[in-house]
Design a protein around this ligand. Sequence first.
Ligand code: BTN
Length: 260
Amino acid sequence: MILDPHALLSRLRVIESLAFIPSVTSTNDLGRRVMEECISNDIPLPRALLVAGQQTAGRGRGSRSWHSPAGGLYASLLHVRPLQNLPTLPLEIAVMVAEFLRQTFSLDARIKWPNDILVNGRKIAGILIEARTHEGNAYTVIGIGINVARVTGDLSTTATSIEECRRGPMQDLDNVTVAFVEALDQAMAEANRDDAVGRWNALTAHRAGDPIAFRIGSDQVRGEWDGIDSFGRARIREGGKVREVSASDLILIGPDDMSS
Ligand code: BTN
């Protein structure tokens, strides 16, 4: 990477440290190591952003892997906030990524609960937030992966990329990265806003009443989408009852799999 972190940092308000790493197992793994060391040595967590050119063992939600060849954007931000503000963090980050793709590339980016980012029904970005509590605060590693270059192979049936959606010439990854870092910094400067749920709702791919199938543990349950509550939990209507489900225990299966 040829980015100049010093020039970029001078324009940022929240992010105080930037590392561009050519290749790493996972930026979240690296972020977690820093976080664990800070907690065990009782030192403040730096507001650092780790960006990798590629990941050799990128991780997704629910112990899935995240395919991370060169040409994508892979970043993890270290962030501390009061524990009571943790529930809206996944919503805020999903809104940030969707708005970044909409404003910078004019893409119709939509959020699939809790925080997959889709364009035309295919996934263009994913978010993996890992947190530990420490002295009343949530210490978090916010991992964001965005497909910038075209996705190839089997993944191309379910995933898309900025390059594919723009149908233009290959995007310059350095320019995309600079724009992304600035957008993330601005979003973090405005973090903890009380309108996270409203902003998330404005960008979601789900509509009230949409059929939805999901798994909780080994159970498969079907219901209808009924929005999210103020904690970011999905409200799933089953008959007359509404069940509130948090992201950690719900795996969306999607309408295509409902008949199975
Ligand atoms: C998902 O949709 O399942 C979440 C994908 C998150 C991928 C990003 S890429 C940067 C960071 N490092 C990782 O290993 N994962 C996250």
